[in-house]
Design a protein around this ligand. Structure first.
Ligand code: GDG
Length: 736
């Protein structure tokens, strides 16, 4: 069992330098706490930036810092000022952060920052690579390091790499605007497991992968090169016991042990016993909707003036990213708004808003959670929002009301909260009114359910679930029953080939001998393919058939000048030894006039799709359509055609981005069987990539060397990774 390597932008350690000495204190953030069970003991290493730039580290202190960090199982990635500026404040926080939170107008697309982002990601990857050994498990965190998985994979293809995104993954329509969108996807796809907070982020990611990379996605697995990347949602929890116990302890503490803040809060309660405290805590970030919340507060007080002097809003805004201009503007806006509202509405005995622009110690956080009647969290977008969970965990008597934006990931798990749209002031004002008047029994009933869930799916469970899923190698559908054609398996096949006297080959064309083209007419054979087929057909022991769903005229045009054996239109026609096509199956075609208008209506309504008409079949191709839309239409067309063909002797075949309607019960399997009985073959080989090739794999005798191209589920005995490997495989027969 190898070690665990965690990589995040910041290390879970705070460094303090003073009088030539260094102290390293563990940080108390959610991630650091959550990873405790993963990052413990000598078999775990945490790699990240220390928070001090090279310029800030005093001469001769480097080694001391390394030693102090090592005591916490941490190793630093050294970064200079320019790197932090371009990578962190630049690309991470001025491009990815706004874009992924749907603030498109804030996103800056600066080539220079992107280049620094790439370089710094490589720096992180290099530190990982220096430490990574066989069997290690690597867990990369968050949007600052999206290129690291592929960078590590490149050098260490066999280690397990997980990636977790703590912020939303935006819809394809937003993500596609990023100039470096494919590079970001390639970086992430270096992982074995990619985790998101919610299913929505997961499906947005999968949609971008399909649309931008054209990769096959099956449920939550992506097939890339010869690997499977698993994608899943793991909603991050909190250290429930820590908050719950701290709140409990505070409830029983003596007056003299209480914090100043708690005394002030208690005093407020005593002097205004029927007034309500409304709390909001966030980093000062435009995604958190603080300014909007202030406007909404004013709206509420105008709509329900009876609550003037009866409610107080506490805003704790934690300083954040103050180097980025948008954050400076936001700070000014919030300062002004608070000043204006307080100035307009305050009375001698009432200040509507208590505003703190600072970070407070944990104890004060608990004071605020336990003393506030309502937590009011209205982010415009938020990956998860842990504050919502912490507030509920701290309510030991189960009183209190949580008003939460439905744009926060946490809303998915906290249905019992009052969920609001942060842009709907009317709804917000009414929710505040409802919250103020909510009977205690209702508060307790709602909170009991949420507490139960939060206690069970806590941050430790979250981290362990992710790790367990990463350790579990993705189930390789093909390899469990079908073996990769290499090594011993390959040698066995070659020995059978060598001793055989009469060999038969069935070779599918599209997706096997040639890759897929958007236009099927462009997939004409190249000279290398002719040479390969000529040489494979050369020995008199070998009989080679090209077997395809294509129409006979196309094959006649492409291969007519050669004496290849060909079976086309899935087995309707056969041509042997250059003798021209004859019918292998007698089939009717009078149904085609009935089906054609139906297919045409689908072409009209599905941009990018088209009809290919063959002699005895019609195919509706949808490779060039929007993938989701194309799949939806394919399901629709299947239903329509199935009901139309009824009991007629017509078959509907679903292929790779094509639906084909054919006469009779014709298929490649029947055709192969008819050829097989004509001779005494002691080596039979069949290869194909498509669902229509499964008929061959099923029908041919068990001893046949059936080979599937790609990793989809198959009846073939063997598989190879992709079409690029097919020609090498066939060349193997020539060179024995
Ligand atoms: C990102 C995503 C996702 C806040 N003020 C103080 C303080 N805090 C602590 C809270 C909470 C944490 O900071 C804030 O976490 P959030 O989840 O609310 O928000 P982000 O910082 O934006 O975090 C977010 C998260 O990553 C995890 O994946 O949920 O969506 O944006 O734990 O308690 N702690 C102390 N003093 C403060 O003044 N001690």
């Amino acid at each position: 069992m190898g070690k665990t390597i965690i990589i995040s932008n910041r290390l879970p350690v705070q460094l303090q330098i003073g009088n030539g000495s260094i102290t390293a204190m563990p940080s108390v953030g959610g991630l650091a706490t959550g990873m405790k069970s993963v990052h413990s003991g000598s078999d775990s290493l945490w790699i990240g930036w220390s928070g001090l730039t090279d310029e800030e580290i005093p001469e001769g202190m480097g080694a001391k810092i390394d030693k102090a960090l090592a005591e916490h199982g941490a190793l630093k990635v050294p970064l200079n000022e320019a790197e932090v500026e371009g990578f962190y404040f630049g690309f991470s926080n001025r491009t990815i952060w706004p874009l992924f939170h749907y603030f498109m107008e804030y996103a800056e697309f600066e080539l220079e920052n992107w280049e620094v982002y790439c370089e710094v990601n490589q720096k992180f990857a290099n530190v990982v690579l220096e430490k990574a050994e066989d069997g290690d498990i690597i867990w990369v965190h968050d949007y600052q390091l999206m290129l690291v998985p592929a960078m590590v994979r490149e050098e260490r293809p066999d280690v397990s790499i997980g990636f977790f995104l703590h912020i939303p993954f935006p819809s394809y329509e937003i993500f596609r605007t990023l100039p470096w969108r494919e590079e970001i996807l390639d970086g992430l796809l270096g992982s074995d497991l990619i985790g998101f907070h919610t299913y929505d982020y997961e499906r947005h990611f999968l949609s971008s992968v399909r649309r931008l990379k054209g990769l096959e996605v099956s449920y939550n697995e992506i097939y890339v090169d010869n690997r499977t990347v698993k994608v899943d949602s793991f909603p991050m929890g909190i250290d429930y016991d820590k908050f719950h116990q701290a709140a409990k302890k505070q409830g029983t503490s003596k007056k003299k042990d209480q914090s100043d803040l708690q005394r002030r809060l208690d005093l407020h309660r005593e002097t205004a016993p029927d007034s309500k405290l409304i709390l909001s805590i966030d980093r000062l970030d435009y995604t958190k909707g603080i300014a909007k919340r202030l406007h909404a507060f004013l709206y509420f007080l105008n709509k329900y003036p009876q609550y003037k002097e009866k409610v107080r809003l506490i805003i704790l805004a934690v300083p954040s990213r103050s180097n980025v201009p948008q954050y400076q503007l936001l700070k000014r806006e919030v300062d002004e708004l608070v000043g204006r509202i307080n100035g307009e509405l305050a009375t001698v005995s009432w200040t509507p808003i208590w505003y703190f622009y600072r970070s407070v110690p944990f104890e004060n956080l608990i004071n605020l959670y336990t003393s506030s009647d309502i937590a009011w969290l209205t982010p415009i977008r938020d990956g998860m929002n842990l504050v919502a969970k912490e507030y509920i965990a701290s309510r030991t008597d189960q009183s209190g009301v949580l008003i939460l934006s439905e744009m926060a990931g946490a809303a998915n798990e906290m249905n019992e909260a009052l969920l609001i749209n942060p842009n709907n002031f009317e709804e917000i004002a009414d929710s505040l009114f409802y919250a103020i008047n909510m009977p205690i029994e209702e508060q307790q009933a709602r909170n009991a359910l949420m507490q139960k869930r939060l206690a069970r799916y806590n941050v430790e469970k979250w981290a362990n679930d992710f790790m367990d899923s990463l350790k579990q190698k993705p189930e390789k559908v093909a390899t469990t029953i079908t073996r990769l054609l290499k090594g011993q398996v390959w040698d066995n096949m070659m020995s059978s080939y060598q001793i055989a006297k009469n060999r038969l080959f069935f070779l599918d064309y599209d997706g096997t001998l040639t890759g897929f083209r958007n236009d099927p007419q462009q997939a004409a054979p190249d000279s290398r393919l002719f040479e390969l087929l000529d040489r494979l057909s050369e020995p008199e022991e070998n009989t080679v058939y090209l077997i395809s769903g294509r129409d006979k005229d196309t094959f006649q045009k492409w291969f007519g000048h050669k004496n290849y054996n060909m079976i086309v239109e899935h087995g309707v026609w056969i041509s042997e030894n250059g003798e021209g096509f004859r019918m292998l199956e007698q089939v009717k075609k009078d149904w085609m006039d009935k089906i054609r208008p139906v297919l045409e209506s689908f072409v009209d309504r599905t941009p990018g799709s088209f009809i290919e008409e063959k002699n005895y079949s019609m195919a509706w191709h949808y490779r060039q359509t929007d993938p989701d839309f194309g799949n939806k239409r394919a399901t629709e067309l299947t239903t329509v055609v199935t009901s139309l063909i009824g009991t007629d002797n017509i078959t509907l075949l679903s292929g790779n981005k094509v639906l084909e309607i054919k006469s009779g019960n014709v298929n490649k399997g029947r055709a192969c069987s008819q050829v097989l009985v004509q001779g005494e073959y002691d080596f039979v080989f069949a290869i194909g990539d498509d669902t229509t090739d499964e008929f061959m794999f099923e029908e041919l005798p068990k001893s046949t060397f059936t080979v599937k191209v790609g990793r989809d589920k198959t009846h073939a005995r063997f598989f190879i990774e992709n079409a690029r490997k097919v020609r090498d495989l066939l060349a193997g027969f020539i060179h024995v």
